[in-house]
Ligand binder design. Structure first.
Ligand code: ZN
Length: 280
């Protein structure tokens, strides 16, 4: 099943057409995409049973974030070995490196992003997990059953603020407006042959800069859910940005930063792509 946010309303995607969930369900389910996650199991059951449709054509420019207002947005740093090598940090061994992207930075998949003045703005394509029901102290073996679906995210990062303090402060530098685009849709885990092995990458002005597979994650999606939920409850509609593979601008010699007019296209196999244009 694939769902999306079309101009603030939850839709089911039916062969590239949009079925409005509130209308098709006769008001049983709300239009607000964020409100579906506490009722995810009931919603999935209805969507399979009712098989609503046919859908209507829509404009991709009107798509928003599949989970536009999560209560918690958890992001994982240093989760691919080849990316750790290029950054010069040490490899986390037992506990993932965790920070937040503040939720005011969340946007939909096709956006213009304003570059911070005097910043060094960089790209990080990531697989993003959307949590279904409340998940606390979950075993790795049960973790996938707590995932509503997967989407594509960009963890856009301003490296000056991120790295200038003695103790790096990832969260602030990754939370400018528009720095957490995601979408274009949410895809349920059963849609993938192996949801733990998805290729992902991004291009800047057509140059391929990142390419990897989630098979290379140090802490896989089930391990992340187990380790995060061992400490804190994960709430319906929460997001987990799972980390980025090698190829960021920081890791280049000389470093490459995003500039006004650049176009960043980010994708995950079987989900779709994001498209960001940078303005200054
Ligand atoms: Zn990241």
């Amino acid at each position: 099943m694939r769902v999306a946010n079309l101009a603030g309303r939850l839709i089911l995607l039916d062969g590239g057409l949009a079925v409005d969930v509130e209308t098709a369900s006769g008001g049983r389910f709300p239009a607000d995409p964020q409100q579906i996650y506490p009722r995810w199991a009931e919603f999935r059951h209805w969507a399979v049973q009712a098989s609503p449709g046919p859908g209507s054509p829509f404009s991709r420019e009107e798509l928003g974030a599949p989970a536009p207002a999560p209560r918690q947005l958890i992001a994982i740093g240093l989760n691919y070995r080849d990316h750790i090598s290029e950054t010069g940090f040490a490899t986390p061994e037992h506990t993932p490196s965790v920070f937040t992207k503040f939720v005011t930075s969340v946007t939909g998949p096709m956006t213009e992003v304003r570059l911070p003045k005097d910043g060094h703005t960089d790209w990080e394509v990531e697989l993003v997990v959307v949590v279904a029901d409340r998940a606390f102290q979950i075993r790795e073996a049960d973790a996938w059953s707590h995932v509503a679906g997967l989407t594509v995210g960009q963890d856009i990062s301003e490296r000056v603020i991120q790295l200038e303090n003695p103790s790096p402060q990832f969260s602030l530098a990754k939370s400018y407006p528009g720095f957490s685009p995601m979408g274009p849709c949410l895809v349920t885990p059963d849609e993938f042959e192996d949801p733990d092995d998805l290729r992902l990458g991004c291009t800047v002005n057509g140059d391929r800069v990142q390419f990897g597979s989630t098979r290379q994650l140090i802490f896989s999606v089930p391990v992340l859910i187990a380790k995060l939920s061992a400490v804190m409850p994960l709430l319906p509609g929460d997001l987990i940005y799972t980390g980025t593979p090698a190829g960021v601008g920081l890791g280049r010699t000389p470093p490459r930063w995003l500039r006004r007019g650049d176009e960043l296209i980010s994708w995950v196999e079987g989900i779709g792509e994001l498209r960001q244009r940078f303005v200054g």
